[in-house]
Design a protein around this ligand. Structure first.
Ligand SMILES: C[S@@+](CC[C@H](N)C(=O)[O-])C[C@H]1O[C@@H](n2cnc3c(N)ncnc32)[C@H](O)[C@@H]1O
Length: 319
């Protein structure tokens, strides 16, 4: 799959807020979700002494980022195609620890806007949805052919928080007996016809949550996020910070939970008179509440409306 790097479409969110949360004089930067290298470029521009390493599971994003970063910041970057669960191998290879790490989760506009990637219920294309279209993983159409009704309902409930999960799952399973679903239009029309018109919300396509659920299942997004969060503290320098941007509560919840857990010095039940677990805090969540986009940003870039930024700072060696 090819896209000339100059054509890669994505406007990064919360850039000023990311820059405002950098530690002092960062020298080593890691971008786990390069996309079109918008955040990476802003970081390298702000930190002229820093080196950046980066990854993305999407080969189109990696190619675009490589070209953009090499052109603007020659000799300061190294990027690889890697999903979060493959990142540790590269992190070990690069042999660095990082002062600042960013993960800007979810999809890029580039992925969403290309019909052939199969992410959009508004553009007709093959029902693919793999962030790495060259991977041997099953695409969305193949998954829909294999999944049983119970599991499909679970995806719709858990990953889509879809109220009509039971009805939609049943309709898809019935429909595929005679007509396998191959395209995004077939799926979005089928879901839209399942939900009575009076329940369609204005300005919200009835297939939105089904597409979200399927995309999360295809790319195993929540498992990937969990893996990423677990490894990141090991690759941060003392006093280093990690910034995670999420776009829905399924992503934000584990980030918030883990940041709390890392911050808390003790995991004993609250009714124990003294600590027996010996757990120690590894740092602090920099903000109590997530940082959100300003009204001005939301009006320029509506995608930023649901973005939530959380930042965690690892203990300084002197703490
Ligand atoms: C919102 S975009 C990032 C945009 C980027 N920050 C920029 O400034 O252009 C999210 C990116 O994360 C990548 N991604 C999502 N899940 C991933 C995973 N498990 N491993 C690696 N990359 C992932 C997607 O392929 C996509 O390119």
């Amino acid at each position: 799959m090819e896209t000339p790097s100059g054509d890669f479409q994505h406007v990064p969110v919360l850039v000023e807020e990311i820059l405002a949360n950098l530690p002092e004089q960062p020298r080593t930067l890691l971008d786990c979700t390069l996309g079109g290298a918008g955040h990476s470029s802003a970081l390298l521009h702000r930190c002229p002494e820093a080196q950046l390493r980066g990854g993305d599971r999407d080969p189109v994003a990696v190619d675009a980022s490589k070209q953009r970063l090499e052109a603007r910041f020659p000799g300061r970057t190294e990027v690889r195609q890697a999903r979060f669960s493959e990142l540790p191998a590269y992190l070990k290879l690069w042999g660095l620890r990082y002062d600042f790490v960013i993960a800007d989760l979810g999809m890029s506009s580039e992925q969403l806007q290309r019909a052939e990637r199969g992410f959009s219920f508004l553009l007709d294309g093959p029902l693919d949805m793999r962030m790495d279209p060259n991977s041997p993983d099953l695409n969305a159409a193949q998954l829909l052919r294999k999944v049983n009704e119970h599991e499909l309902r679970r995806w719709l409930r858990e990953y889509g928080e879809e109220r009509n999960a039971t009805k939609i799952a049943r309709t898809i399973i019935e429909h595929r007996r005679t007509n396998p679903i191959r395209t995004t239009a077939e799926l979005s029309d089928l879901v839209a016809s399942t939900i009575p018109r009076r329940f369609h919300k204005p300005g919200f396509h009835p297939a939105t949550l089904t597409f979200q659920a399927l995309r999360i299942a295809v790319n195993r997004e929540l498992e990937e996020l969990e893996t990423l969060l677990k490894i990141l503290p090991d690759f941060l320098n003392p006093g280093g910070r990690m910034a995670i941007i999420s776009f829905h509560s399924l992503e934000d919840r584990p980030v918030k939970k883990l940041f709390r857990e890392w911050e808390r010095p003790c995991a004993c039940p609250t009714d124990l008179p003294y600590c027996i677990c010996g757990k120690q805090s590894i740092g602090r969540a920099v903000n109590r509440s997530p940082i959100m986009a300003t009204e001005a940003e939301v009006s320029d870039n509506p995608r930023s409306r649901s973005a939530k930024l959380r930042v965690f700072e690892l203990k300084k060696s002197s703490d």
